[in-house]
Design a protein around this ligand. Sequence first.
Ligand code: SAH
Length: 258
Amino acid sequence: MTQQSPNSATAQPAVTFVGAGPGSADHLTLGALRAIQTADVVIHDQLVGAEVLALIPATARRLDVGKIGFGPSTPQARINALLVAEGLSGQAVVRLKGGDCGIFGRLDEEIDALTALGIGFRILPGLTSASVAAANIGQSLTRRGRNASLRIVTGHDMAGFADQDWRGMARPGEVTAIYMGKKSARFLQGRMLMHGAAPETNITVVANISRPDEQIIATTLADLPQAVSQANGPAILLYGLAPRAALQTLPQLEEARA
Ligand code: SAH
């Protein structure tokens, strides 16, 4: 049996979930750009970059649900209610989220709120922070002979510091992109060392990815908490990766090193 995809051309989506990428407009898809430019209402998070926000037409209503006014962390129930109200208005609603909307973005909760009332939606995924962080340190997230899988994990979840497959993550050559890992850096370090990871394992902390204030901090598991304390803004920890030595062609790293 086939099911009609909510992304199909015949569906009439009221709400378009759009992944904005981590910051720079260079990381938007063409579909994301089209959706933003034709939106009547854009409901966005704090992590959406200024360059992307600048593409919202002046005629569109812009609702920031990530900042004071709506509160530093607008309760999810309020965001859901807002989405439903706007979704029922008949206008073109864009729900704009940083990175990929399907990675640590509470996408399901928002979709559930819409579908409970029969409101249509579609999803335009974006580049997740880990992809752009790896690109900006000149690295590949997977490599033949090094890692045959890639982990995307969160430093903390609803229960506190998140539990993970530490043993698997600690195996030599493994690569893990750790989101929301700043506060849990010491906990992560302890768990990894306890499960046999080498203290000299490379980790690169990339903060404010693809923004003018991007920071690239090369460190090791032994020095992780100290390195993380230098990050001024949202950061990804690329566990198992060091910036590539031949990085002269990457202007943003040159700036970070200057
Ligand atoms: N949907 C987003 C992730 C949201 S969870 C994505 O796919 O990238 C929030 C976490 O994402 C932050 O704590 C940080 O770890 C990471 N993050 C999001 N945007 C970032 C950015 N511009 N620079 C660095 N890290 C970022």
